[in-house]
Structure formats: C-alpha cells, structure tokens
Design a protein around this ligand. Structure first.
Ligand code: URA
Length: 246
C-alpha cells in the first residue's frame, strides 16, 4: 500500500520518543515499576505511519490497526505466556516440544469501540484466547468514563493472563477504570499487558502511579494532548476513523 500524502524525507528526522520507565532493555528493571515498551520494529513504525496519515480511509486504517495489534501482541507475549512440555510424533521420529496450554486461554479485553480492531488478529497470534468485552463512553457532563458493557467474570482464576487493548492512551481515564475493574476481580497486575497504538504522558503518568508492575506496549509515544483531550500529533479519533463515523 502506497501512502498518499506522505512526504519522504531524504535525511530521516531523529524521532522524539518519550520513554517512561524503560524501553526494551527495561525487562530487567525492578518489578514494582511500570514498564513501557516501544518495540523498535520497522513494521510497527510503518503501521503507525499509516494510522497517522489523514489520507488513510477506514478500511486501510482498520487493517493497519489490526496489523499493529498483531505485532504488539506478539511482543507483549514474549516473556508472559507459559508453555508446557510434551512429546509429539513427527513423520521422522519423536520430538520433545513445548506448547501453550490450551486449558489456560489468555483473556483478551478490548475496550470498545476501537480496541476491537486492535485485537482483531489476537486469535492468529495466541493459540488459546477468550475475548471479554468492556465498553466505556465518556459522560459529557462529568467528562468521566462510564461503563456500558462489562463481560468480565466476577472473579478471575489465579494466574489469569489478561491482555487489555485500548488504542489511544490519552488522559488515562478509561484505561485506569478498566484496570481497576480487572484488579478488583482478582487479576494480578503483573500478569496484565496493555497494548495501545499511541500513548501520551498524562496516561502513562497516572498508570505508573496506580499500577506499579504493569507492562504497556505501544506503537509510539506522543508529546501531549490538545484542549479536547486528543493526542497530538496522534491519529485523530481511533473509533471514528476505524468505522468511518462522521
Ligand atoms: N481517543 C482517540 O480516539 N484519540 C485520541 O487522540 C484520544 C482519545
């Protein structure tokens, strides 16, 4: 896909990346810190640039978001999923193998609307997963997120691994409300992974204060928010752009 409207720079500008507690090196940091990973992968950079581009129509935007989600889930699951050992017959002999235990599906929690698109490929990356939807809408009077859909169980079993998808971590109101729902239902914060396309410092600050031990995987970290709470430069309204809402 050729990106309309993209101006290629001859000498690439040095990218400004705001780092929270750590980058990919941060896996060795103490457990009590929140860690933010911006995986330095060229495909992640590519799909972020497609998402940012104002010319990308909804089908292109959606497929870029789904691809970005696939790569972020892959990165997030690296040191997180447990394997069990076994043995299989190959056509030529017997091999010791390790595989993901199908009895312990990852709980995938998309935050509606746009989170749905970010986890569209989760079933292709994770051999065993289960989707538990959460829907939030902003109350225009209080400006606080209000939950209108909650498919979480009353109590999660011990050791549950939960992947939360919220494409835009802006003020942090929605993601904090979602994580509070999870932790109040018994999920260990160290076993939660959050994936997002773009994050801004206010959201990362509040997450790091409220959820030490959390790991967040993002496509890019931007500089801040505008007066309407949108991330700048960001990519606009992720839900509207995914679904062509006018
Ligand atoms: N939600 C969005 O969709 N975009 C933003 O920039 C901030 C919140």
């Amino acid at each position: 896909y050729h990106q309309s409207g993209v101006q290629q720079r001859v000498a690439p500008k040095k990218q400004h990346v705001w780092r929270c507690a750590a980058t990919t090196e941060g896996r060795k940091a103490p457990k009590s810190q929140m860690l933010v990973f911006v995986p330095p992968h060229p495909l992640i950079k590519h799909w972020v640039s497609v998402l940012r581009n104002d010319f990308s129509p909804p089908p292109i935007f959606r497929s870029a978001m789904a691809e970005l989600g696939r790569l972020l889930i892959y990165e997030a699951s690296r040191d997180w999923l447990l394997t069990v050992s076994g043995e299989v017959n190959t056509p030529c002999g017997v091999a010791d193998v390790e595989f993901i235990d199908p009895r312990e599906p990852v709980k995938v929690v998309p935050i509606l609307r746009a989170g749905l698109v970010l986890v569209e490929q989760a079933g292709c990356v994770l051999p065993a997963s289960q989707t538990l939807h959460l829907g939030f809408v902003r109350n225009e009077e209080t400006l606080q997120p209000e939950m209108y859909l909650n498919k979480l169980p009353e109590k999660f079993e011990e050791g549950a691994r939960v992947l939360v998808a919220d494409p835009m971590l802006a003020t942090g109101g929605t993601i904090v409300a979602a994580l509070e729902e999870l932790t109040s239902r018994g999920v260990d914060v160290e076993l939660i992974r959050v994936i997002a396309a773009v994050a801004a410092p206010p959201a990362l600050k509040i997450l790091s204060e409220k959820f030490p031990g959390l790991k967040v995987y993002v496509g890019i970290i931007d500089e801040g928010l505008n007066e309407k709470g949108y991330i700048v430069p960001g990519l606009g309204d992720a839900g509207d752009r995914s679904f062509g809402t006018l």
